[in-house]
Design a binder for this molecule. Structure first.
Ligand code: KIV
Ligand code: NA
Length: 275
């Protein structure tokens, strides 16, 4: 299993880091078998697998449930788990306690939290307590209500400068990695160039140290319209609906099950039974 030091080595050697989300046993098995460098149990699971319209409703219990399943499917892959909405804002105790549960009960190898400012202190406290922390700046979906929608961040010179300062503060506080979401590629490039820690982009262009995408976006699995920054490599929706409708047709026409799917009692026993 790769560890935090391996990710910084990858940055030094300019080996791109491939991160993917996973939420359950089968998606985690695919992530590991496909060679992902690390897995994110994102609170995007609120949308992708639970059907909410934002990540705000996701609880620590949800994250524990899904992190455990992911670890069972990918025992040999580094797993980062999102700290849910408002579990790291109230105080230091709740923050440390939530991270403790995600690591001790869930099996997470690290946690991720969104935002800057007062979150810098949380990152410092978690790191001091032995928790590897991945920061998340740019578009921070837990704050979608405040940001006013899922929009590109850091588009003005002032906002980009601010983002760079926030990123440096996260590195100084001890974050081992930074996810940068939905920012102009030039801004992402300057942030990645200014930091020692790996910067993983999503909708942040090609110049970051790695990329992260949501499993369900990659697979086109129950997501509907996807964002501009998404590239899909499969079409589970089309394949899945086709499979269900073929199955339904086969059942109704009697084409399924065939002999090959059927158990047969031998003639002797049949004779003893109905003889
Ligand atoms: O929850 C998530 O999937 C994320 C990634 C989009 C970075 O935070
Ligand atoms: Na997230």
């Amino acid at each position: 299993m790769k560890r935090t030091a391996d990710f910084s080595k990858m940055k030094t050697k300019q080996d791109k880091i491939a991160m993917i989300t996973a939420y359950d046993y089968p998606s985690a098995k695919q992530a590991e078998a496909g060679g992902a460098d690390l897995i994110l149990v994102g609170d995007s699971l609120g949308m992708t697998v639970l059907g909410y319209d934002s990540t705000v409703y996701v609880t620590t219990e949800d994250m524990l449930h899904h992190t455990k399943a992911v670890k069972r499917g990918a025992r040999d892959t580094f797993v980062v788990t999102d700290m849910p909405f408002m579990t790291y804002h109230v105080n230091k105790e709740q923050t440390l306690n939530t991270a403790r549960m995600l690591m001790q009960s869930g099996g997470a190898d690290a946690v991720k939290l969104e935002g800057a400012d007062e979150i810098v202190d949380r990152v410092r406290e978690l790191t001091a307590a032995g928790v590897p922390v991945c920061a998340h700046l740019g578009l921070t979906p837990q704050s979608v209500g405040v940001l006013g929608g899922y929009k590109v961040q850091g588009k003005t010179a002032e906002a980009a400068q601010r983002l760079l300062e926030d990123a440096k503060a996260m590195e100084q506080a001890g974050a081992f990695m930074l996810v940068l979401e939905c920012v102009p590629h030039q801004v992402a490039q300057s942030v990645a160039g200014a930091l020692q820690i790996p910067v993983i982009g999503i909708g942040a262009g090609a110049e970051t140290d790695g990329q992260v995408l949501v499993y369900h976006d990659i697979m086109r699995y129950g997501v509907g319209r996807t964002a501009k920054f998404v590239k899909s490599y499969a079409d589970f929706d089309q394949d899945g609906i086709k499979a269900v409708s073929s199955y339904v047709t086969d059942v109704k026409t009697g084409a399924f099950p065939e002999k090959a799917h059927t158990f047969t009692m031998n003639e002797d026993e049949l004779g003893r039974l109905y003889g």
